[in-house]
Design a protein around this ligand. Structure first.
Ligand SMILES: [Zn+2]
Ligand SMILES: [Zn+2]
Length: 346
């Protein structure tokens, strides 16, 4: 066991504070990672506030981890000391079910283990990236390519893969018209990735406040959804719509923007159920789908893709003592576009 400094929420809704936690000794297939940067994901706040149900406290959030390997177990074959690596939302799974074998560890039917707010296979609680070090099985570690700085790479481990996976799965690419709903932490990655995949990209945002940013990030068009004319003008025009917002939407209105056979994929997680008239799917053979992060191999593919195309996330680096203020700003949508904690300040 090693004591390491961390920032933790002692109980639901309490401010995060500096503390120390124990990391397990490195086992056969583990790597010890000196964390350099950890992104702040909206779901960190949902969980620290128990918005998604009962949580485990004290909680050290953080599942957008970038760092350097500083020790490896004797059975480790994929990584060496000094390697630049990342850890996303999962640190273990059963590895035997059909989903694990298909590279869909996030849907493990034997129970995947979250990077924090979870209980590991050893019965110990998991603690996330708002800390100096983490110990993770090498099979749940990914390599950060040399072309990507660790700070802009960190948010790719959740926001990047959450948008890359559905864009790839639903065929975003040349000749396809793709709309991204919301230009926040997820949405800004959706725009960058859809553009890099070669699609014609439209941002659908509440207002035109971030229009200049959206166009710089790679969008070809930008519309305000508060303007009813947007829905008339864009009716029947998209092959694919990616919704990244967690506020409840009028899904019927957005489905009307799809072409025949088009798909609306939701990666946002509204806390309330939504009502939908199913005629908005039947008319036009449309699909309403969901997508949750991505598997380990696809996360690696996404990092390599971003490196080849020369981009990471748009970030604002903060020190650890600014975490509570950053949480407030995320809730106010006042971040462009991801806070990243410099873990040297913990
Ligand atoms: Zn996340
Ligand atoms: Zn499994």
């Amino acid at each position: 066991m090693t004591s390491v400094a961390a920032y933790a929420a002692p109980s639901a809704k309490a401010p995060l504070e500096r503390t120390t936690i124990e990391r397990r000794a490195v086992r056969e297939h583990d790597v010890l990672i000196d964390i350099k940067f950890a992104g702040i994901c909206h779901s960190d706040i949902h969980q620290a506030h128990e918005g998604w149900g009962k949580a485990i406290f004290p909680m050290v959030p953080g599942h957008e981890i970038a760092g350097i390997v500083s020790e490896v177990g004797p059975g480790v074959t994929k990584y060496q000391v000094g390697d630049r690596v990342g850890v996303g939302c999962l640190v273990d799974s059963c590895r035997e079910c059909d989903n694990c074998k298909a590279g869909l560890e996030q849907h493990c039917t034997g129970g995947s283990v979250g990077t924090y707010n979870a209980i590991g296979k050893d019965g110990e609680p998991t603690y996330g990236g708002y800390s100096e070090k983490v110990v993770v099985d090498e099979n749940f570690v990914v390599r950060i390519p040399d072309g990507l700085s660790l700070d802009v790479a960190a948010p790719l481990l959740c926001a990047g893969i959450t948008t890359y996976s559905p864009l790839k799965h639903w065929g975003a690419g040349p000749g396809k018209k793709v709309a991204v709903i919301g230009l926040g932490g997820l949405g800004h990655m959706g725009v960058k990735i859809a553009h890099a995949l070669g699609a014609e990209v439209t941002v659908l945002s509440q207002s035109l406040r971030k229009k200049d940013d959206g166009l710089k990030l790679g969008a070809d068009h930008y519309y305000a959804t508060s303007d009813p004319k947007t829905f008339e003008e864009l009716a029947g025009s998209f092959d694919l719509i990616l919704s990244t917002v967690s506020a409840p939407l009028d899904f019927g209105a957005y489905l009307s923007l799809l072409r025949t056979g088009g798909a609306l994929v939701n990666v946002g997680a509204p806390e309330e159920p939504v009502a939908l008239n199913l005629f908005s799917l039947i008319g036009g053979n449309k699909t309403l789908a969901g997508s949750m992060i991505g598997g380990i191999a696809e996360t690696q593919e996404m990092l390599d893709f971003c490196a080849v195309h020369g981009f990471g996330a748009e970030i604002e680096v903060i020190s650890a003592d600014q975490i509570n203020e950053a949480y407030k700003r995320v809730l106010d949508s006042d971040v462009r576009y991801r806070f990243v904690i410099d873990t040297a300040t913990i």
